[in-house]
Ligand binder design. Sequence first.
Ligand code: SF4
Length: 314
Amino acid sequence: MKTSKSWDDKPYFPISSYYKQTFGEKVYKITVSVAKTCPHRLQQYDQKGCIFCDEWGAAGHHLMKIGPLEEQIITNREKLSKRYRVNKFLVYFQPYTNTYTDLDKLVKNIELSIQQEQIAGIVIGTRPDCLPEELFPVLKDLGQKTFVSIELGVQSFSDQHLQFLNRRHTVLDSVEAIKNLKEKSGVNVGIHLMFGLPDESEDFIIESANKINQLDIDNVKLHNLHVLTNTPLEKMYQEGTFEPIELEPYAEKVMTFLKYLSPEIAVQRLAAVAARWDELIAPRWTKERMRPSQFIQSEMIKNNFYQGMYFQKK
Ligand code: SF4
């Protein structure tokens, strides 16, 4: 099985190794909350948004009582430094849609973040259809000063899946967003992808990996679709119209995906980690923080699988 020192002996290219190679040391993300909502929620009469998203817009527990940005950075930096002995951080604007704001405000928040001690750059989470044209030169300028990464909630390369998730953007929106970010701003680009959606064949997963290989994507974050309280998905789960995937079949999907994924693309996460444990309804295995990822890795090692084993450069 292929593992290498540059992958920290894992059967896939973990983002931690990418950060070490890029920054010369361990780097952790400090998650902060500045956005208050997303355009998708506001534009819908019932404000329900995506079927899996609760009212917190994917924020963690610690972000529910938020203070000023500087305070969030300092508090989280101290916690992470003590726990993991890390000296460098990226400020991650995670909940909701962080480019859905006026640009001056966004730039001010970014400037404030990179002025803080031990901050090596920023990561901005947003939707593929929320990248106004004026944003690209701004990101390009920021990219001259610091590390800038955009994380796009692509979720799936199937329009049917996007409709099922009520994402209200298309695959084409995602592809254009990735191309525009690279061509017009040159920033690092990550995408979030979900498995465990209805009618998800093995061929579709392989096609998704091949599509990603052809686009200029730096990293992927993988999630299983899980059910939180107070979401439209909860209702579907209670009515029996949605059943979350079990760990074993989910692991199969992830392994298939990784086998075809370019070994140059870093992987942020192998499975969802529930942001608020008390709100997770199903599947229960998503509550077991480390086990899903460890299970997938051990299955890969046992079967001699590794990222990119079937990747073919075009
Ligand atoms: S997942 Fe993102 S885009 Fe969808 S409703 Fe939640 S915050 Fe809005």
